[in-house]
Design a protein around this ligand. Structure first.
Ligand code: IMP
Ligand code: MG
Length: 177
C-alpha cells in the first residue's frame, strides 16, 4: 500500500482490506448469534456505509432484511450545522429489531438526531454497528453496540468513506497525512 491523493489532500495507508474484512467477518459471527430467530432489519445509512453493509450482509446467515436511508451532515472535511434526511425509511420498523449500520461515528450528531425519529416508529430494539468509531471527536452522546475499529480523531477516506465525494472506491482505508 502506498499514499494516495484525493483532490488537494495526501492520505497514507491506515487499515488494509484484509484487516477490514477480518473484523467484518468477526462482527457477522457475533450478529448471527445475537440475532438468531429475531429476523433483524439492517438499516444502512447512505452513502458511506454501502460497502460495509454489503460485505457484512453477505456474511449474515440468519433470516434478516436490509434497508437504506440517507442522512447527511457533512460537507468537505467538517460536519455542517444540520442533519438532513435525504432518503427516508420505507420499511415498517414497528416491533422489529433494528441494527443501524454506520461507516463512521464522528461527532455523533447524525445518529443523535436520527435515533429519536426511529424510536417514534416503535421498533422492538435498536442497536448500532459501526465500522470506525472516532470516540475523541464525540460532541453528542451515542451508545455504540458493535465497533469494528476505534480510531483517532483524524480524517479518513476509502472503503465507502469520501472526501468531497471522492475516494470511496478503495478497498483499503487511508488517513489524512
Ligand atoms: P457525525 O454526525 O459527526 O457522527 O458524522 C457522521 C458522518 O460524517 C459519517 O457517517 C460520515 O459520512 C461522515 N464522516 C465523519 N468522519 C469522517 C471521515 O473521517 N471521513 C469521511 N467521512 C466522515
Ligand atoms: Mg455516513
Amino acid at each position: 500500500m502506498h499514499s494516495i491523493k484525493v483532490l488537494d489532500k495526501e492520505f497514507e495507508p491506515y487499515l488494509s482490506e484484509k484487516e477490514i474484512q477480518e473484523k467484518i467477518n468477526e462482527l457477522a459471527v457475533q450478529l448471527n448469534k445475537d440475532y438468531a430467530g429475531k429476523k433483524p432489519i439492517f438499516l444502512s445509512i447512505l452513502n458511506g456505509s454501502f460497502l460495509f453493509t454489503a460485505d457484512l450482509f453477505k456474511q449474515i446467515t440468519i433470516e434478516a432484511e436490509v434497508c437504506f436511508i440517507k442522512l447527511a451532515s457533512y460537507k468537505g472535511m467538517t460536519s455542517s450545522g444540520n442533519v438532513i434526511t435525504a432518503i427516508g425509511l420505507e420499511a415498517n420498523v414497528t416491533g422489529r429489531h433494528i441494527i443501524i449500520m454506520e461507516d463512521i461515528i464522528d461527532t455523533g450528531k447524525t445518529l443523535h438526531h436520527y435515533l429519536p425519529q426511529l424510536a417514534s416508529s416503535g421498533p422492538a430494539s435498536v442497536k448500532i454497528a459501526v465500522l470506525l468509531n472516532k470516540k475523541e471527536a464525540r460532541q453528542f452522546s451515542v451508545n455504540v453496540d458493535y465497533t469494528c475499529f476505534e480510531i483517532p480523531n483524524k480524517f479518513v477516506v476509502g472503503y465507502g468513506l469520501d472526501y468531497d465525494g471522492l475516494g470511496r472506491n478503495s478497498k483499503d482505508i487511508y488517513q489524512l497525512k
